[in-house]
Structures are given as structure tokens and as C-alpha cells.
Design a binder for this molecule. Structure first.
Ligand code: UGA
Length: 445
């Protein structure tokens, strides 16, 4: 099938390349000439595991990049809109979506064959039918449902694992204004084999995306609140509490042979120093804002954000249990990215923690396996030295703060064995066994 993917960011490019791998003929459209040239040279402008190899395999044959939106629409049966929807503090910013919708509409004006326009970007419920569809109709002078179709097909791609998530989806959600629109989308995903496909209307498809992310974010804030309570009561380790909760057979079902299924989502029910990234914080905030727009106050979601924003402070609070001042205190910061497997620092809990420590005169030694460059842009070099390994970061420090769940940090107890002066370890992810180091503090302990 011939497909135009508009926007070559993380969602658009991964979708385009993976659809080419699935046998479709894909045009990746972007306004950025440089990006287009790079993609056509077989070089991915973003880093995602496995993306470069797949791009190289298909570029020049089943995939090409272009700035020519009109021809791409003309030559395809389906377009996927995958441009950014940033949150401007009050509402999601639909500027890019609206611009693209208008351009696609203008292209449809001159097209005689049926075409389905599909929104893939994360947009608040009602956007596809209430904003995109009217723009398409106005710009094309045609009627949705008769001359062209409109669909909504949310993505469920984790950063760092996006290619694998696309190629082996856990679900495919196909929203559409009618069966005809959904049938075209269905054809797009026909080769994905035995996967649950949910067919619905556009607003429900949009809501599924927000609800999925909001549920995971809620579980994290819930666990963090419980962890903070455990910490304040004393004599309770939230890690043990959560283990006890995970054993509920409705969470980890017991099979007939007595073994248990431990669902992956239980890892979201663990206390830590907060969630980040480009999705959870933005999506939950956008849903709260949308709720108040339609007269529905989302108090729980509001609290999810509030708990999360305060969570990095808990690391500072643990530090203050041992030091009255951090001035000239030598602190190793382990982990800068918002999660392991990525160099993305957007909304990373490392940002408020490092900024606070720098403002209060601490001497920092930071290490992240991949996010150092990003961190240098954010923090500069004053008061912070970037190190090339865990061992060099923790050399002669007073405190070690673990902020990202990189498995590289599990060596800390081993590295500390030979040291005369034992630093205090403050574990923001509870990845170190508390009995394996001399001085330990952890979230939820
Ligand atoms: C998230 C969702 O997981 C994807 O399904 C969704 O498609 C994506 O947002 C999106 O909306 O585009 P992502 O932000 O890449 O994906 O990251 P996750 O791996 O879910 O991590 C989000 C936050 O949860 C991170 O801060 C991470 O530290 C935390 N997390 C993650 C946990 O606390 N526990 C885990 O087991 C995994």
C-alpha cells in the first residue's frame, strides 16, 4: 500500500521505516530539508535501537523522504499525520497539526481518488473530528465520509524500544469516522498477524492513548506517595510493601502449575524519584487542561502531576538527613536521562536535583552512559565535572545519588568494597541492595 507519513520525528520516522519493513511503499514528508536529505542518505536524524539498519535497508527502494507534501498525498491511499503536539502550559499546541491538515486538504482538492487522512500524533479527544476534519473539508472543498476518509491511529511506542514496539505491537487501535476509513487502516496493518485490533471512533481512539499513559503515570505517583509515607513512618521499606502487593493473584496470577505470571506493569508500581520524558508529564497535564475545558475537574490526575513534581525533592530531603549544608560537598550524580536506554533528558528528575545542588554550592561529578552531551547543554560546566565511568564518578565523593535506573550502576557495592571512606549512597531507584553498602538511604525506606 502507498502511504505518506507526515512528520519525521520519533513517531513518524519509526512508523514510516517499520511500515516499509512490512512491505508498504512509504513517503516520509517533512518541512526540514536537512532531515529529508539525511533520511535519503540512509542516516536517521534520531537515535532509536534498530532504526538506522532498517532505514538503510529500505531507503531508495520502498522508502523515500521528501518535502513535497502535495505529490505524496496524490501518490498515496493513506496519510499518517505524525507531527508534534507540544503542551504550551495550558493546552496542547495544535499549530503543526492544523497547518498540516490545511496542506493535506489543499492537496486533496486536486485528487480524484479516495484517500484516508489519519492522525497518529497524540491529540486530546475530539481533535480529529472537531479540528482536523473541518480544516480538511474547508481546504479541500470536499466532504469527509464521501470524498475522503478520516481516521485516528494512536501509537504506543516506548522511547528506546520504539522499533520493536512497532513491529510487535500489543494492540492496534483503529479509529475512524466510518467503516470505509477503518477498512483502509485495517489493510495497512493486515500483515501484523495475531494482534488485538480495536475498532472504534476517533475520539475513543484518542482517549485510549491518554488513558494508557495516565494509568501508568498514576501507578508511579501512587507508589511514590506510599513510599514517601513509609519513609516518614519509619521501620518500613516500601520495596517490601510493594513486593507484598505484587503477590496479589489479581496482579500476578498463579498458573495451575503453581508458577506466577509477573506482568511487566508491576515495575510501574515501585517507588522512585519520579517519572519524566516527553510523554507522561505532557499527556497527563494536557488531559487535566482538557478536563477543565469541558467542565470536568480531574483531581486525581492533577495530584499525579503534583506528586511527581515534588518527588525529586525527596532525594534532597534524604541528603539533608545527613548533611546540614551541601556547600563543597562532593556528590556523584549517577544517571541524567529520564530513563535508561535513552539520552533524552526531557523532564528528567535529574534536572531539578542537579540544579538545586549546584545552586547550593555542591561539587558534582556526573556520569550517564549516554546522556552527557544533553546534560552539558542544560547544566554547563560550572560546579559539575562529567565523568566517563561509574568508577571515576564515585572517586573520593561524600555522596552517591542514583537517579536513573541504568543497570550499569549495580556495580556500586563492588566498587565501594575497597574504599576507606564510605560515601553515603542515596538510591532514587532502589536498584542497590541496601545491605550491600555501609551507608544507604533510598526512596521509600
Ligand atoms: C510512554 C509509554 O510507556 C508508551 O506506551 C507511550 O507510547 C509513550 O509514552 C508515548 O506516549 O509516546 P516512554 O515515555 O518512552 O513511553 O517511557 P516509559 O518506558 O513508559 O517510561 C516513562 C516513565 O516511567 C519514565 O520516567 C520511567 O522512569 C518510568 N518507568 C518506566 C517506571 O517507573 N517503571 C518502569 O517499569 C518503566
Amino acid at each position: 500500500m502507498k502511504v505518506a507519513v507526515i512528520g519525521t520525528g520519533y513517531v513518524g520516522l519509526v512508523s514510516g521505516v517499520c511500515l516499509a519493513e512490512k512491505g508498504h511503499e512509504v513517503a516520509c514528508v517533512d518541512v526540514d530539508q536537512n532531515k529529508v536529505a539525511k533520511i535519503n542518505d540512509g542516516v536517521s536524524p534520531i537515535y532509536e535501537t534498530g532504526l538506522d539498519a532498517l532505514l538503510k535497508k529500505h531507503v531508495g527502494s520502498s522508502l523515500h523522504a521528501t518535502i513535497d507534501l502535495q505529490s505524496s498525498i496524490n501518490d498515496s491511499e493513506l496519510s499518517l499525520i505524525a507531527v508534534g503536539t507540544p503542551f504550551d502550559g495550558e493546552l496542547i499546541d495544535l499549530t503543526y497539526i492544523k497547518t498540516v491538515a490545511r496542506q493535506v486538504g489543499e492537496a486533496l482538492r486536486d485528487k480524484n481518488e479516495y484517500h484516508v487522512v489519519t492522525v497518529k500524533s497524540t491529540v486530546v479527544p475530539g481533535t480529529t473530528d472537531g479540528v482536523v476534519l473541518p480544516i480538511l473539508e474547508k481546504a479541500s472543498g470536499k466532504k469527509a465520509g464521501i470524498d475522503f476518509g478520516v481516521g485516528m491511529n494512536p501509537e504506543f511506542l516506548r522511547e528506546g524500544e520504539a522499533v520493536d514496539d512497532f513491529m510487535h505491537p500489543d494492540r492496534i487501535v483503529l479509529g475512524g469516522i466510518d467503516d470505509k476509513s477503518r477498512a483502509v487502516l485495517e489493510e495497512l496493518y493486515a500483515s501484523f498477524g495475531d494482534v488485538d485490533v480495536l475498532r472504534t471512533n476517533n475520539s475513543t481512539a484518542e482517549m485510549i492513548k491518554y488513558t494508557s499513559n495516565s494509568l501508568l503515570a498514576t501507578m508511579i505517583s501512587f507508589s511514590n506517595e506510599i513510599g514517601n509515607l513509609c519513609s516518614s513512618i519509619g521501620g518500613i521499606d516500601a520495596l517490601e510493601v510493594v513486593k507484598g502487593v505484587h503477590l496479589d493473584k489479581r496482579i500476578s496470577p498463579i498458573l495451575e502449575d503453581g508458577t506466577r505470571i509477573v506482568p511487566k506493569f508491576t515495575s510501574y508500581i515501585e517507588a522512585g524519584c519520579g517519572f519524566g520524558g516527553s510523554c507522561f508529564p505532557k499527556d497527563v497535564k494536557a488531559l487535566v487542561a482538557h478536563g477543565s475545558r469541558v467542565g470536568e475537574e480531574l483531581r486525581l490526575m492533577d495530584a499525579v502531576i503534583d506528586v511527581n513534581q515534588k518527588q525529586p525533592e525527596k532525594m534532597i530531603r534524604l541528603l539533608k538527613r545527613h548533611f546540614s549544608s551541601v556547600e563543597n560537598l562532593r556528590i556523584a550524580i549517577l544517571g541524567l536521562a529520564f530513563k535508561p536506554g535513552t539520552d533524552d533528558m526531557r523532564e528528567s528528575p535529574a534536572i531539578p536535583i542537579v540544579k538545586w545542588l549546584l545552586e547550593h554550592g555542591a561539587a558534582l561529578r556526573a556520569f550517564d552512559p549516554v546522556a552527557q552531551r544533553e546534560a552539558e547543554d542544560i547544566f554547563g560546566h560550572s560546579g559539575i565535572e562529567y565523568c566517563s565511568s561509574v568508577a571515576s564518578a564515585i572517586d573520593r565523593v561524600d555522596v552517591i545519588m542514583v537517579i536513573t535506573r541504568w543497570s550499569d550502576f549495580e556495580v556500586i557495592p563492588e566498587l565501594l568494597l575497597g574504599m576507606d571512606e564510605q560515601p553515603l549512597v542515596i538510591d532514587g531507584r532502589r536498584i542497590i541492595d541496601k545491605s550491600s553498602v555501609v551507608r544507604y538511604e533510598g526512596i521509600g525506606l
